[in-house]
Design a protein. Structure first.
Length: 158
Protein backbone atom coordinates (compact mmCIF):
# COMPACT_ATOMS: atom_id res chain seq x y z
CA UNK A 1 0.00 0.00 0.00
CA UNK A 2 1.29 3.43 -0.84
CA UNK A 3 2.43 5.36 2.23
CA UNK A 4 0.04 8.29 1.72
CA UNK A 5 -2.91 5.87 1.49
CA UNK A 6 -1.89 4.19 4.75
CA UNK A 7 -1.56 7.60 6.43
CA UNK A 8 -4.98 8.74 5.14
CA UNK A 9 -6.59 5.47 6.19
CA UNK A 10 -5.18 5.75 9.71
CA UNK A 11 -6.21 9.41 9.89
CA UNK A 12 -9.84 8.75 8.88
CA UNK A 13 -9.97 5.85 11.32
CA UNK A 14 -9.17 8.15 14.24
CA UNK A 15 -10.17 11.72 13.29
CA UNK A 16 -13.29 13.38 14.66
CA UNK A 17 -14.81 16.23 12.64
CA UNK A 18 -18.01 17.15 10.78
CA UNK A 19 -17.40 14.35 8.27
CA UNK A 20 -16.99 11.61 10.86
CA UNK A 21 -20.05 12.19 13.02
CA UNK A 22 -22.94 9.94 11.97
CA UNK A 23 -26.46 11.28 11.76
CA UNK A 24 -28.47 11.04 14.95
CA UNK A 25 -31.91 9.45 15.11
CA UNK A 26 -33.49 12.91 15.41
CA UNK A 27 -31.64 14.10 12.30
CA UNK A 28 -32.81 11.00 10.42
CA UNK A 29 -36.41 11.70 11.44
CA UNK A 30 -36.11 15.27 10.16
CA UNK A 31 -34.52 14.18 6.85
CA UNK A 32 -37.24 11.61 6.09
CA UNK A 33 -39.76 14.27 5.10
CA UNK A 34 -37.45 16.61 3.23
CA UNK A 35 -36.14 16.59 -0.34
CA UNK A 36 -32.83 14.80 -0.77
CA UNK A 37 -29.88 16.94 0.28
CA UNK A 38 -26.26 15.80 0.61
CA UNK A 39 -23.08 17.78 0.89
CA UNK A 40 -20.63 17.68 -1.96
CA UNK A 41 -18.03 19.86 -0.29
CA UNK A 42 -17.94 22.40 2.52
CA UNK A 43 -20.97 24.66 2.19
CA UNK A 44 -22.13 23.16 -1.13
CA UNK A 45 -24.87 20.56 -1.62
CA UNK A 46 -25.58 18.51 -4.71
CA UNK A 47 -28.40 20.17 -6.66
CA UNK A 48 -31.62 18.21 -6.12
CA UNK A 49 -32.26 18.27 -9.88
CA UNK A 50 -29.23 16.04 -10.44
CA UNK A 51 -30.89 13.26 -8.45
CA UNK A 52 -34.27 13.85 -10.08
CA UNK A 53 -32.75 13.38 -13.56
CA UNK A 54 -31.15 10.03 -12.75
CA UNK A 55 -32.80 7.13 -14.57
CA UNK A 56 -32.43 4.77 -11.60
CA UNK A 57 -31.62 4.65 -7.94
CA UNK A 58 -28.57 2.43 -7.64
CA UNK A 59 -25.84 4.62 -6.15
CA UNK A 60 -22.17 4.16 -5.36
CA UNK A 61 -20.78 6.50 -2.72
CA UNK A 62 -17.00 6.78 -3.04
CA UNK A 63 -15.13 7.63 0.14
CA UNK A 64 -18.26 8.94 1.81
CA UNK A 65 -18.52 6.57 4.74
CA UNK A 66 -19.29 7.99 8.14
CA UNK A 67 -23.02 7.50 8.54
CA UNK A 68 -24.08 10.67 6.76
CA UNK A 69 -24.61 10.53 2.99
CA UNK A 70 -25.35 6.79 2.76
CA UNK A 71 -28.29 6.98 5.17
CA UNK A 72 -29.69 10.05 3.36
CA UNK A 73 -29.63 8.13 0.07
CA UNK A 74 -31.21 5.05 1.68
CA UNK A 75 -33.97 7.16 3.27
CA UNK A 76 -34.84 8.45 -0.19
CA UNK A 77 -35.19 5.01 -1.74
CA UNK A 78 -31.71 4.47 -3.19
CA UNK A 79 -29.97 1.10 -3.37
CA UNK A 80 -26.80 2.25 -1.57
CA UNK A 81 -23.24 0.93 -1.76
CA UNK A 82 -20.52 2.84 0.08
CA UNK A 83 -16.86 2.22 -0.75
CA UNK A 84 -14.37 3.71 1.70
CA UNK A 85 -10.96 2.65 2.93
CA UNK A 86 -11.66 3.64 6.53
CA UNK A 87 -13.07 0.81 8.62
CA UNK A 88 -14.14 3.34 11.23
CA UNK A 89 -16.15 5.34 8.68
CA UNK A 90 -17.80 2.17 7.34
CA UNK A 91 -18.68 1.04 10.87
CA UNK A 92 -20.61 4.30 11.29
CA UNK A 93 -22.66 3.50 8.18
CA UNK A 94 -23.37 0.04 9.64
CA UNK A 95 -24.38 1.56 12.98
CA UNK A 96 -26.82 4.07 11.46
CA UNK A 97 -28.21 1.47 9.05
CA UNK A 98 -28.87 -1.00 11.87
CA UNK A 99 -30.32 1.64 14.21
CA UNK A 100 -32.65 3.05 11.51
CA UNK A 101 -33.39 -0.24 9.72
CA UNK A 102 -31.79 0.93 6.46
CA UNK A 103 -30.12 -1.20 3.82
CA UNK A 104 -26.59 0.09 3.11
CA UNK A 105 -23.91 -2.14 1.61
CA UNK A 106 -20.32 -1.26 2.48
CA UNK A 107 -17.09 -2.20 0.78
CA UNK A 108 -13.65 -1.46 2.16
CA UNK A 109 -11.74 -0.32 -0.89
CA UNK A 110 -9.23 2.09 -2.31
CA UNK A 111 -10.16 4.54 -5.09
CA UNK A 112 -6.63 4.27 -6.52
CA UNK A 113 -7.18 0.57 -7.33
CA UNK A 114 -9.69 -1.18 -9.62
CA UNK A 115 -13.18 -1.01 -8.15
CA UNK A 116 -14.71 -4.39 -7.19
CA UNK A 117 -17.80 -3.85 -9.36
CA UNK A 118 -18.83 -4.94 -12.84
CA UNK A 119 -19.12 -2.44 -15.67
CA UNK A 120 -22.36 -0.44 -15.74
CA UNK A 121 -23.47 -1.39 -12.21
CA UNK A 122 -24.68 1.97 -10.87
CA UNK A 123 -26.99 4.80 -11.92
CA UNK A 124 -25.05 7.43 -9.96
CA UNK A 125 -21.51 7.66 -8.61
CA UNK A 126 -21.33 10.14 -5.76
CA UNK A 127 -17.83 11.31 -4.84
CA UNK A 128 -17.63 14.20 -2.43
CA UNK A 129 -14.45 16.22 -2.11
CA UNK A 130 -12.56 13.04 -1.12
CA UNK A 131 -10.61 12.97 -4.39
CA UNK A 132 -8.27 15.60 -2.91
CA UNK A 133 -6.86 12.88 -0.65
CA UNK A 134 -5.40 10.73 -3.40
CA UNK A 135 -2.18 11.33 -5.26
CA UNK A 136 -3.12 10.00 -8.70
CA UNK A 137 -6.67 10.67 -9.93
CA UNK A 138 -6.41 8.67 -13.16
CA UNK A 139 -7.69 5.35 -11.76
CA UNK A 140 -10.48 6.98 -9.76
CA UNK A 141 -11.82 8.78 -12.84
CA UNK A 142 -11.36 5.74 -15.07
CA UNK A 143 -13.21 3.47 -12.64
CA UNK A 144 -15.86 6.07 -11.79
CA UNK A 145 -16.66 6.32 -15.51
CA UNK A 146 -16.65 2.53 -15.99
CA UNK A 147 -19.20 1.57 -13.33
CA UNK A 148 -22.18 3.82 -14.22
CA UNK A 149 -24.79 2.47 -16.59
CA UNK A 150 -24.29 4.09 -19.99
CA UNK A 151 -27.80 5.52 -20.11
CA UNK A 152 -27.19 7.00 -16.65
CA UNK A 153 -24.01 8.79 -17.62
CA UNK A 154 -25.59 11.21 -20.09
CA UNK A 155 -28.44 12.62 -17.97
CA UNK A 156 -26.58 15.37 -16.19
CA UNK A 157 -26.08 18.80 -17.55
CA UNK A 158 -23.10 20.72 -16.27
Amino acid sequence: MDEYIRINQERWNRVKNDYTEPLTHDEIEEIKNQPIRVGLTVGRSVPEAWFERAKGKKILGLACGGGQQGPVFALHGYDVTIMDFSTSQLEKDHMVAKRENLNIKTIQGDMTKPFPFADETFDIVFNPVSNVYIEDLENMYKEASRVPKKEASSWWDL
